[in-house]
Design a protein around this ligand. Structure first.
Ligand SMILES: [Zn+2]
Length: 404
């Protein structure tokens, strides 16, 4: 179940049962099947899955990527995704081929899978993978990336996940209509409204990418004139966090960035949306919170500020926890702790125009530093630098699931 990882085995089996029942149209035939029968057949399925996993004869993953002309942004992001276990296994097992939802060929997914096969090749160590084929397929779909100039890793990550999702979307033929999203669920409580919006999202957009990376953001708006509250929900694949600006301080914590992100923001008339009750733009306050937590949360430290004339980069040191990042305080009221562990970092060094991207990823034997074709071990105390740009956190097992 997307965004609801964790829980005990029975809990997740139950969830899987529900998913299977709803996805495979088993509903009619198995409506009165006993739970134990379903459980037994499910265990069989799980065993099959484990067998499949064993067939995945993985190398160490300590394989670099060739820089084919200003492509360090691509190399760093691919290494981070290559260490996103759920996505890696899905790609290597070529599960998208079995899913076959769209008639169109999953060209980018195939090319991505090809790169990952090279990176996890059992005999791959001391070799370097060339991402040229993958990059050219990507550029075909996103011509914006065609130039040879420095590209933004975060932007690339967003485009890449979006393109992959489109190719492996389990609902490829459901049309989106803008109006639908505007529908109001005034009679529901917040949680039900959020769940209804999420369900609507899955009716159009449902893929392994969504399973892993998508969460739901809640935006609460409060009109300063009539005190009317309204709530909107948006799906996110990453959180882009502002870095607090205080001239005297050289170091901030990730928590401070999260606090700034979720703190109440005053909007003047021009920037406020229409108040439903006043029926005009009014001064209002806005607050963001996480309504549904993803399995993997991608945190983008927004170091680049675009002003009218130029782009500047913040080199403030942002400290972040390697384990047990608790996002509970930014979730629904009383949701309890929601813990995440870090497994990959995409770094940006240098300036806006002359920069370089690298990645740090957690391997079975510890952390590795990926600098294009070079891969070296790195100790935990070398991970935190003022170059950290995108952080990849995996929800840790055994934490309480979020209450609805
Ligand atoms: Zn109002």
């Amino acid at each position: 179940m997307p965004g609801a990882s964790g829980g005990n085995t029975e809990g997740s089996c139950e969830a899987l049962c529900r998913t299977l029942v709803s996805q495979n149209g088993l509903q009619r035939e198995t409506a009165d099947i006993s739970q134990s029968v379903l459980y037994t057949s499910l265990m069989g399925l799980l065993l099959v899955t484990d067998d499949e996993k064993e067939q995945l004869n993985l190398g160490s993953g300590r394989v670099g990527l060739r820089n084919i002309g200003n492509t360090c942004f691509l190399n760093a992001v691919v290494q981070c995704l290559s260490h996103t276990r759920g996505l890696r296994d899905y790609s290597l097992l070529k599960s998208y081929r079995h899913e076959k939802f769209s008639q169109d060929e999953a060209k980018l997914m195939e090319a991505f899978s090809q790169v990952l096969s090279g990176l996890w090749d059992v005999n791959g160590e001391d070799r370097v993978v060339n991402p040229r084929q993958f990059y050219s397929v990507f550029k075909e779909g996103v011509p914006y990336f065609s130039g040879y100039s420095q590209q933004d890793a975060q932007e690339f990550l967003r485009f890449l996940l979006d393109r992959l999702h489109t190719e492996i979307n389990r609902r490829p033929y459901v049309r989106r209509t803008g109006k639908e999203l505007e529908q109001k669920y005034a009679k529901f409580r917040i949680a039900e409204e959020a769940a209804a919006m999420w369900k609507k999202h899955l009716e159009r957009d449902d893929s392994k990418i969504v399973d892993i990376f998508s969460g739901q953001l809640r935006s609460s708006l409060h009109c300063s004139v009539c005190s009317h509250y309204s709530t909107t929900f948006d799906v996110f694949c990453d959180l882009s966090l502002p870095i607090p600006k205080r001239s005297s301080v050289r170091e901030v914590t990730l928590r401070e960035c999260l606090d700034l992100f979720s703190q109440e923001e005053k909007l003047d008339k021009e920037n406020s949306p229409m108040c439903e009750r006043c029926n005009r733009r009014t001064e209002s306050t806005k607050r963001l919170s996480i309504q549904r937590f993803p399995q993997v949360i991608v945190i983008h430290l927004n170091r680049f500020t675009t002003s009218r004339w130029s782009i500047s980069k913040s080199t403030v040191y942002v400290s972040f926890p390697l384990t047990k990042l608790d996002l509970g305080p930014y979730g629904p009221v009383d949701c309890g702790p929601v813990l995440y562990d870090l497994y990959a970092i995409c770094n940006h060094s240098g300036t806006v125009n002359m920069g370089h991207y690298t990645a740090c990823c957690l391997e079975l034997k510890g952390w590795c530093f990926y600098n294009d074709s070079s891969v070296t071990s790195i100790s935990e105390n070398q991970l935190q630098t003022n170059q950290a740009y995108v952080l990849f956190y995996q929800r840790s097992n055994g934490t309480a699931t979020v209450r609805k």
